[in-house]
Design a binder for this molecule. Structure first.
Ligand SMILES: Cc1cc2nc3c(=O)[nH]c(=O)nc-3n(C[C@H](O)[C@H](O)[C@H](O)COP(=O)(O)O)c2cc1C
Length: 209
């Protein structure tokens, strides 16, 4: 499939089939991440593959928060009103936990800023798009308790969590979110040639999608 087609057909999946992801596909996804560019090619990304029941239970426990109506429509199964919780797990059979090693990544000589988050994010993006090209669904997860995750997964102190990618086959009754997936602002609202229109500089209200 052409890259543009993959970019456009990928949507966030928040309901996974209870079916494992084949080992060959896991390896291809990891390989796509391996070839991502990183600052000075330092490759500080550290990807932990989680696909045992024990580890998936740990994931469930660090992506569970007190019930918040604002996020309840992210997926019907995360809306656990009975127990006053939102569980952002979605039944994923495979979780790629993406961190970077802060002792390895490049630091900007002037500002001292670390490139770790950027590097790990590019790696995760490569993996997400490779998964899509293999017919798998993904959701990028930033909302989890990083400290709890670090502890439960026994991450080394110098590994900084960045995101998780849930990967799996979409459930049979999965439907993309009609208010979001496949919808983007017109390109002239986010990309500009040479000059930036004044109303954009002023922080124009882009309104509804
Ligand atoms: C940096 C980032 C953080 C995200 N965090 C979460 C998250 O914590 N939980 C979740 O359900 N979705 C999360 N998403 C998924 C976005 O909500 C989703 O990609 C976006 O609404 C666009 O929808 P689409 O992926 O179907 O095009 C995240 C996506 C990105 C890129």
């Amino acid at each position: 499939m052409d890259f543009m087609d993959i970019s456009k057909m990928r949507v966030t999946v928040r309901k996974f089939a209870q079916m494992p992801v084949e080992q060959e596909k896991i390896e291809k996804i990891l390989e796509a991440g391996q070839w991502a560019p990183t600052a000075v090619n330092y490759q500080p990304q550290r990807v932990l593959v989680l696909n045992t029941l024990e580890n998936l239970e740990k994931v469930k426990s660090f992506c569970t928060f007190n019930y918040d109506k604002k996020y309840a429509d992210l997926a019907e199964e995360c809306d656990d009103k009975e127990h006053g919780k939102n569980v952002y797990y979605y039944g994923a059979p495979l979780v790629l936990f993406v961190s970077y090693d802060e002792t390895v990544c490049w630091h900007h000589p002037q500002s001292g800023k670390s490139s770790g988050v950027t590097d790990a994010t590019i790696v995760a993006t490569h993996m997400m798009l490779e998964a899509a090209s293999l017919g798998l669904g993904t959701v990028w997860i930033s909302y989890f308790d990083e400290n709890k995750a670090k502890k439960l997964l026994n991450l080394p102190e110098n590994w900084q969590p960045v995101c998780m990618l849930y990967v799996g086959y979409p459930a049979e009754d999965f439907k993309p979110n009609p208010n979001i997936s496949g919808k983007r602002f017109p390109i002239e609202k986010t990309c500009f040639y040479n000059d930036i229109p004044q109303n954009v500089k002023d922080g124009a209200d882009y309104g509804e999608l």
